[in-house]
Design a protein around this ligand. Structure first.
Ligand code: ASP
Length: 305
């Protein structure tokens, strides 16, 4: 068994062996999802605090469901209606949660490094559910499990990451994880969203301007959402982004026939990926890009995350 760790703050410090161990462990839990009776007693008597200081749908529900299915109780902090709105500090808020004796805290925050900071202050394990532009380790583990299930191994795949890479914690965690298994990366997107620093991580990374070139020979394509809430570069015309970087069926035809496309969600159809938003409300599209405005619909500058 590989060396155990107390917190799950990021993929970067983990070894390939530790990651493979986690993926192997998850297999039996995956099978249980298919059973009519999904409840286990693995965490019976334990309490998991869910502290989400940023919006979340999939991650929050996944953790709540996982806790329930493993027999744990959950404590939910709703940042929008908590005392944070009254000016309470992050530390005081998490100390209040801690006073109720949870056994673990799952935390999402807009500030990179916030979970690590909290881990240094509390005695209980902290799981990072996404911190700023830094890491989203459980998303990368889930992506790796999906890739391994579909491709049977992680070793040596050609992985193309498309879109807003600069602001993406998903991209960073996936680079660290898949990079430890010898994958090769092609990064594609507007030049200002392709950080050079990612070429210095020690993994084979190339930056490509044309999406057509980036898709050729790709085994796995990770499409990212434009992180509008974290943008602080010059405005980018929406039409230009769609024209140059949107993943369309025609472009997808350039990838290997068995290429796997992953998107961490929320997916903005009609922007990073071709298609239209369906369902009773279009707002998912409209709201998210409400800051694209004017005839050319540019996204405005925003400072801070
Ligand atoms: N859900 C992912 C995250 O929280 C991706 C996204 O929001 O675009 O980072």
């Amino acid at each position: 068994m590989p060396q155990r760790f107390r917190h799950m703050l990021g993929i970067e410090p983990l070894s390939a062996e530790q990651i493979a161990f986690l993926l192997d462990q998850s297999k039996s839990f995956q099978d249980i999802q298919r059973h009519p009776l999904k409840k286990l007693a693995t965490l019976r008597g334990k309490t998991v605090a869910l502290a989400f200081f940023e919006p979340s749908t999939r991650t929050r529900i996944s953790f709540a469901t996982a806790a329930a299915r493993l027999g744990a109780d959950t404590m939910n902090l709703q940042a929008e209606v908590s005392s944070l709105r009254k000016g309470e500090s992050l530390l005081d808020t998490v100390r209040t949660l801690d006073a109720m004796k949870p056994d673990c805290i799952v935390m999402r925050h807009s500030a990179s490094g916030a979970p690590e900071f909290v881990a240094g202050q509390l005695e209980i394990p902290v799981i990072n559910a996404g911190d700023g532009t830094h890491e989203h380790p459980t998303q990368a583990l889930l992506d790796a499990l999906t890739i391994r299930d579909r491709k049977s191994a992680l070793m040596g795949l050609n992985v193309t990451i498309l879109g807003d890479i600069l602001h993406s914690r998903v991209a960073r965690s996936n680079l660290h994880l898949l990079g430890k298994f010898g994958c090769r990366f092609t990064l594609c997107g507007p030049a200002m969203w392709l950080p050079r620093e990612l070429e210095c991580l020690g993994y084979p990374v190339r930056r490509v301007a044309r999406v057509e070139e980036a898709l050729e020979a790709a085994d796995v394509i990770i499409v990212l959402r434009v992180q509008q809430e974290r943008l602080h570069e010059p405005a980018l015309p929406l039409e230009e982004y769609i024209l140059l970087y949107q993943l369309t069926p025609k472009r997808l035809g350039l990838a290997r026939p068995d290429a796997l496309v992953l998107h961490p969600g929320p997916m903005i159809r009609g922007l990073e990926i071709a298609g239209r938003a369906h369902g009773p409300a279009v707002p998912a599209h409209r709201n998210t890009f409400g800051r694209f405005r004017g005839r050319r619909r540019c996204c405005t500058l925003r400072t801070g995350a």
